[in-house]
Write a protein that binds this ligand. Structure first.
Ligand code: NAD
Ligand code: UDP
Length: 330
C-alpha cells in the first residue's frame, strides 16, 4: 500500500496544476489546492470540489502560508509571456517570495518541496539541445526577464535551502507543455493557433515562423513531475522535463490547420523582443534517473487539445490580461 500524504499544490487551479491535483487525488492523497486565480478560473477544478480529499484555498503565494503538509508542488506563477509580462513586478515577486514561502513551510514541516522551473532559465540558448549543465543566455533587463530571472532566483533559493537547511527539494525545468485546460486567452502559441483555426481566423505567426519549440502533452509531463517528486533523495535536479520532438512554429501552424480542416490563412507579425530562436530538451537525465520519457506524439496531443477547445463555451472565459507581447517588441 502506498503511503497517503497531505499534499499542497500551489497554482493548483492552473493548467498543469489542475491535472496534477487530479492525478494526486486519484492516488487517494489529501490534496490542498492553493490559487489566487490570476491566470485560471474555478472551472478548471470545479469537478474536484466535491471530493472529500480535496480542499481549495484562495491565497496569494507572495504572502506566507501556515499549513501542515508532507509535500509541496510549487506551480504558482503566470506561465504565458502575455500573462507574466502584464505585471512583471508581481511575476518576479510570485517566483521569489513564493519560493521563500513554500521553502519556509517545507523547512518547518520537514516536508519535501518541488519547484516548477522552466526552460526559460536557458534564455535564448546557444547550446542545442539544452542540457541541465548549460547556464543559459538570459537578457536580465528584457521583457522576459521578470519570468526568467524570477525562476532562476527561485532555483537559487531551492539549492540554498537544500545546502543550508537540508530541505528536501526537487527542481524540474519544464519545456513548452500543452493540453486541455490551457486558458483559451493565454496568448500561447498552441491555444492561439487552435482557437484561430477553429474560428477560421488568420493564424498569427510571429517572425518568420522558423523559431522552434518542443511540445510536451500535459499527461506526459504530470507523469514526469510525480516521478521526480517520488524519486530518490539523491537526485534533486534540476532535471529537464519535455518532449524532445522539435518543430518550427510554421510547422505547428500547418499541423493545426490540417487537424482542424481549417480555411485559416497565415499572417506574419513582428517577433516579440528576446523570443528564443530554438528550444529542445536533452532528457538523458530524466530517462536515466526517472525512467521517464514522453509517449504522446504532437499529432495525438493536438487532437485531444483541439477537441477540448472545440467543446468550450468561450463566453465563460474572461480575458485575464490584454496582449502585451507586441507592445514589448523593440
Ligand atoms: P497557468 O497560468 O495555467 O497556472 C499558474 C497558476 O498559478 C494559475 O492558476 C494562477 O492563477 C496561479 N498563480 C499565479 N500567481 C499566483 C500567486 N501569486 N499566488 C497563487 N497562485 C498564483 O500556467 P501553467 O502552464 O499551468 O504553469 C504552471 C507552472 O509551470 C508555472 O510555475 C510555470 O512557470 C511552469 N511552467 C509551465 C510551462 C508550460 O509550458 N505550461 C513551461 C515551463 C514552466
Ligand atoms: N507565437 C506565434 N504566434 C502566436 C503566439 C506565439 O508565432 O500567436 C510564437 C512565439 O513568438 C514563440 C512561440 O510561438 O516563438 C512560442 O510562444 P509561446 O508564447 O507559446 O511560449 P514561449 O515558448 O515563447 O514562452
Amino acid at each position: 500500500m502506498p503511503t497517503l500524504k497531505r499534499i499542497l499544490v500551489t497554482g493548483g487551479a492552473g493548467f498543469i496544476g489542475s491535472h496534477l491535483c487530479e492525478r494526486l487525488l486519484s492516488e487517494n492523497h489529501d490534496v490542498i489546492c492553493l490559487d489566487n486565480f490570476f491566470t485560471s478560473q474555478k472551472s478548471n477544478i470545479a469537478h474536484l470540489l466535491s471530493r472529500p480529499n480535496f480542499e481549495l484555498i484562495r491565497h496569494d503565494i507572495t504572502h506566507p502560508i501556515w499549513l501542515e503538509v508532507d509535500e509541496i508542488y510549487n506551480m504558482a506563477c503566470p506561465a504565458s509571456p502575455v500573462h507574466y509580462q502584464f505585471n512583471p513586478i508581481k511575476t518576479i515577486k510570485t517566483s521569489v517570495m513564493g519560493a521563500i514561502n513554500v521553502l519556509g513551510c517545507a523547512k518547518r514541516t520537514r516536508g519535501k518541496v518541488l519547484q516548477a522551473s522552466t526552460s526559460e532559465v536557458y534564455g535564448d540558448p546557444t547550446v542545442h539541445p539544452q542540457t541541465e549543465n548549460y547556464r543559459g543566455n538570459v537578457n536580465p533587463i528584457g521583457p522576459r526577464a521578470c519570468y526568467d530571472e524570477g525562476k532562476r532566483c527561485a532555483e537559487t533559493l531551492f539549492f540554498d535551502y537544500h545546502r543550508a537547511n537540508q530541505v528536501n527539494v526537487r527542481v524540474i525545468r519544464i519545456f513548452n507543455t500543452y493540453g486541455p485546460r490551457m486558458h483559451p486567452y493565454d496568448g500561447r502559441v498552441v491555444s492561439n493557433f487552435i482557437l484561430q483555426a477553429l474560428r477560421g481566423e488568420d493564424i498569427t505567426l510571429y517572425g518568420d515562423g522558423d523559431q522552434t519549440r518542443s511540445f510536451c502533452y500535459v499527461d506526459d509531463l504530470v507523469e514526469g513531475i510525480i516521478r521526480m517528486m517520488n524519486g530518490p533523495d539523491t537526485f534533486v535536479g534540476p532535471v529537464n522535463l519535455g518532449n524532445p520532438d522539435e518543430f518550427t512554429i510554421a510547422q505547428l501552424a500547418q499541423k493545426v490547420i490540417e487537424l482542424t480542416n481549417s480555411s485559416s490563412k497565415l499572417v506574419y507579425m513582428p517577433l516579440p523582443a528576446d523570443d528564443p530562436m530554438q528550444r529542445q530538451p536533452d532528457i538523458t537525465l530524466a530517462k536515466k534517473h526517472l525512467g521517464w520519457e514522453p509517449t504522446i506524439a504532437l499529432r495525438e496531443g493536438l487532437q485531444k487539445t483541439i477537441e477540448y477547445f472545440d467543446s468550450l463555451d468561450l463566453s465563460q472565459y474572461r480575458k485575464p490580461t490584454p496582449h502585451t507581447a507586441h507592445g514589448a517588441a523593440s
